[in-house]
Design a protein around this ligand. Structure first.
Ligand code: ADP
Ligand code: FRU
Length: 301
C-alpha cells in the first residue's frame, strides 16, 4: 500500500441531528448530538488509512482540550502527526453542523481563528518515501510555494489539490497539480452550472492536470488531461443517513483507485461508489464497504 502525505485542516465537528432543517429564528430540539473530528484533509486521510494506506498529516493544532479528541481520533486511525504544528494558544477550528435526518443534508457553520499551515512548516517535511501528496487549496500564497517546492524536491510525486471554495487568486495553484478536485460550490462561484463547460474552462488554466468535479447526487464529472470527458452517476445507498464528509470520502476513493493504477474513469466510478456508501452510514467508518474490483462495488452490511 502507499505512503500518503495530506496537508490541510482538522476540526472539531459538533453535529446536531434534527428532524428537518429549522426555519430562521426557530427553536428546535436536536434528536441526537455527536462530537467528532472533522476537516476535509484529515477526513480524506482517515478513509485512506482504512483502505490500508500509511498516512501522514501536516496541519495546525492547538494545545487545548478539544484538540485531544482530534489527536486521539487521528492516532486511532494510525495517522502520523509528526508534521503537525501545535500552537500554545487558541482554539481548534470548530464546525457547528445541522444534520437533517430526513435527507442526510448537512449545513455547516465553521469558526476558525488559527493561522494556516505554512510554507515554512511544509519545508520541514522530508518528502522522500511518499507516493502521493494531497493538499487542500487554502492560503494561496503559502500553498503555491509548497507545490513548487514539492515539484523541485520530488518531481515524480503525484500531487492532488482540492479546490472547495473560491479564495483570492486560487487559480494560481491549478497549473501545479496533477489532479484537481473541484467542488460544485466552486464551479458555481465561477458562474458555471454545467460541469463539463466548467471543466473545459479549468483545462485552459491547467492543461497538464486531470480534472474532477463532484456534483452531489448527480455523481461526478471528469476531464482527462488529454481532453476526454468522463461521468459517473451517484450510487445512492438504500437510505441516505449522513452526507457530512461525502466529498472528502470521494477524494479518498479517487486517490486510492489511482494509486492502484486505475484509469481516471475507473477511479471516478470507484470514488462515487465509496462516497455513496458513506452517505448511508453515520460518520467515516467504511469497514462494511467491500471493493470487489478497481471500479468498486458497494455492498451494504
Ligand atoms: P461535499 O458536499 O461533501 O463536498 P458532494 O455533495 O459534491 O460533496 O458529494 C461528493 C460525492 O458524494 C458525489 O460525487 C457523490 O458520488 C456522493 N454523493 C453525495 N451526495 C450523494 C447522494 N445524495 N447520493 C449518493 N451519492 C452522493
Ligand atoms: C466536511 C468537513 C467537516 C468540517 C468542514 C470544514 O467536508 O470537512 O468535517 O467541519 O467540512 O469545512
Amino acid at each position: 500500500m502507499a505512503k500518503i502525505l495530506g496537508i490541510g485542516i482538522a476540526t472539531l465537528d459538533i453535529i446536531n441531528t434534527v428532524e428537518g432543517y429549522p426555519a430562521e429564528d426557530a427553536e428546535v430540539r436536536a434528536l441526537e448530538q455527536q462530537v467528532r473530528r472533522g476537516g476535509n484533509c484529515t477526513n480524506t486521510l482517515v478513509i485512506l488509512s482504512q483502505q490500508g494506506h500509511e498516512c501522514s498529516w501536516g496541519g495546525v493544532l492547538v494545545d487545548e482540550p478539544d484538540a485531544e479528541r482530534i489527536v486521539a481520533d487521528l492516532r486511532d486511525h494510525g495517522i502520523d502527526l509528526g508534521a503537525a504544528r501545535t500552537l500554545l494558544h487558541g482554539k481548534v477550528p470548530t464546525s457547528y453542523i445541522v444534520l437533517n435526518r430526513h435527507n442526510g443534508s448537512r449545513t455547516i457553520i465553521h469558526y476558525r481563528d488559527l493561522p494556516e499551515f505554512s510554507y515554512e512548516d511544509f519545508q520541514r517535511i522530508d518528502l522522500r518515501g511518499y507516493d502521493w501528496l494531497h493538499v487542500e487549496g487554502r492560503n494561496t500564497e503559502g500553498t503555491l510555494h509548497m507545490l513548487v517546492s514539492a515539484r523541485e524536491r520530488r518531481p515524480d510525486l503525484p500531487i492532488s489539490v482540492e479546490i472547495e471554495k473560491p479564495r483570492p487568486a486560487i487559480e494560481r495553484l491549478f497549473p501545479h497539480a496533477d489532479l484537481l478536485l473541484y467542488s460544485r460550490h466552486y464551479a458555481s462561484a465561477c458562474g458555471h452550472d454545467e460541469p463539463q463547460a466548467f471543466l473545459r474552462a479549468m483545462h485552459a488554466i491547467a492543461p497538464a492536470a486531470d480534472l474532477i468535479a463532484a456534483w452531489g447526487e448527480h455523481g461526478a464529472y471528469g476531464l482527462t488531461r488529454g481532453g476526454a470527458p468522463l461521468h459517473s452517476p451517484a450510487f445512492p445507498p438504500p437510505r441516505i443517513v449522513d452526507t457530512l464528509g461525502a466529498g472528502d470520502t470521494f477524494n479518498a476513493g479517487l486517490i486510492d483507485a489511482l494509486l492502484r493504477s486505475a484509469s481516471l474513469d475507473q477511479a471516478l466510478h470507484a470514488a462515487c461508489h465509496l462516497a455513496g456508501y458513506k452517505c448511508g452510514v453515520t460518520g467515516l467508518i467504511i469497514a462494511g464497504y467491500h471493493i470487489e474490483s478497481t471500479r468498486g462495488t458497494a455492498t451494504h452490511d
